[in-house]
Design a protein around this ligand. Structure first.
Ligand code: FPP
Length: 245
């Protein structure tokens, strides 16, 4: 029996954000190279996208490459970039057929030119899609994003485009790379780590967190349903008390 029958279709999170972790350990357990784990991680990405689209999730953010990941061995970075290009090549048509838009957040200008070009193409081609939006966090770190937002805000203030009074939480949010995207309702991290590793520090203020020991390549549709069912049991109070909800 699938857990999908236990998912309340009237309380689907609008935005799910995932820290996809454990590809390396998954590969090591099988005595293979780390890249083998990343390759199998792509199947889990596909499953998460499909399940999200089927359930009517509006935004799915995937932490695919952090700023800190640039410190990995060059051979692994190169393999990840190639995997990204190959995945875009093979999946673009399916994305568009399913009305799925692709966006990125992060310092994408630091990515290799070939990756930037591919991403630009699929973002443009899928820009009219109105179903699920998949957001790839690439060369992303939250502290980079917040610092960058602060710099741009100071510039606008100095050049008199905004005044001190204009600086509200909403205004500050509009300087983030997530501008226009609602904050995640549910944040999932796989592989048994209990950290948020510089991911959406500003945007996760009121998100529900779900941690699972499942390694990312094993995270299938049923695992996503499990996370959503768990989320649906939570009471989101946003600082209020139960009786006020
Ligand atoms: C974390 O596992 C995973 C990554 C840093 C990369 C995620 C990439 C993919 C799932 C494949 C490509 C993605 C797309 C969107 C096509 P880890 O290497 O940190 O694992 P470990 O903690 O076990 O070493």
């Amino acid at each position: 029996m699938s857990l999908i029958d236990s998912v309340n279709k009237r309380n689907i999170p609008d935005h799910i954000a995932i820290i996809m972790d454990g590809n390396g350990r998954w590969a090591k357990q099988r005595g293979t190279q780390r890249i083998f784990g990343h390759r199998n991680g792509v199947s889990a990405v596909r499953a998460a996208i499909e399940a999200s689209a089927e359930l009517g999730v509006k935004y799915l953010t995937l932490y695919a490459f952090s700023t800190e990941n640039w410190n990995r061995p060059k051979i692994e970075i190169d393999a990840l970039m190639s995997l990204l290009i190959n995945t875009i090549n093979t999946e673009t048509e399916t994305l568009i057929k399913n009305n799925i838009a692709l966006k990125t957040i992060g310092d994408t200008q630091s990515l290799p030119k070939a990756v930037q070009k591919k991403l630009g193409e699929v973002i443009e081609k899928s820009s009219k899609c109105t179903g699920l939006t998949v957001i790839l966090a690439l060369s992303y770190s939250s502290r980079w994003e917040i610092t960058n937002a602060a710099k741009r805000l100071v510039k606008d203030y100095t050049e008199k485009r905004i005044s001190m009074e204009d600086v509200t939480e909403e205004k500050f949010s509009s300087y983030m790379t997530t501008q226009g995207i609602p904050d995640p309702d549910l944040m999932i991290r796989t592989s048994g780590e209990f950290r948020i590793s510089n991911f959406l520090l500003w945007q996760l203020a009121y998100s529900e967190f779900y941690f699972t020991s499942t390694l990312w390549p094993d995270f299938d549709k049923e695992e996503l349903y499990k996370a959503i069912i768990d989320y649906q049991k939570r009471e989101r109070r946003f600082g209020k008390i139960s009786e006020q909800l």
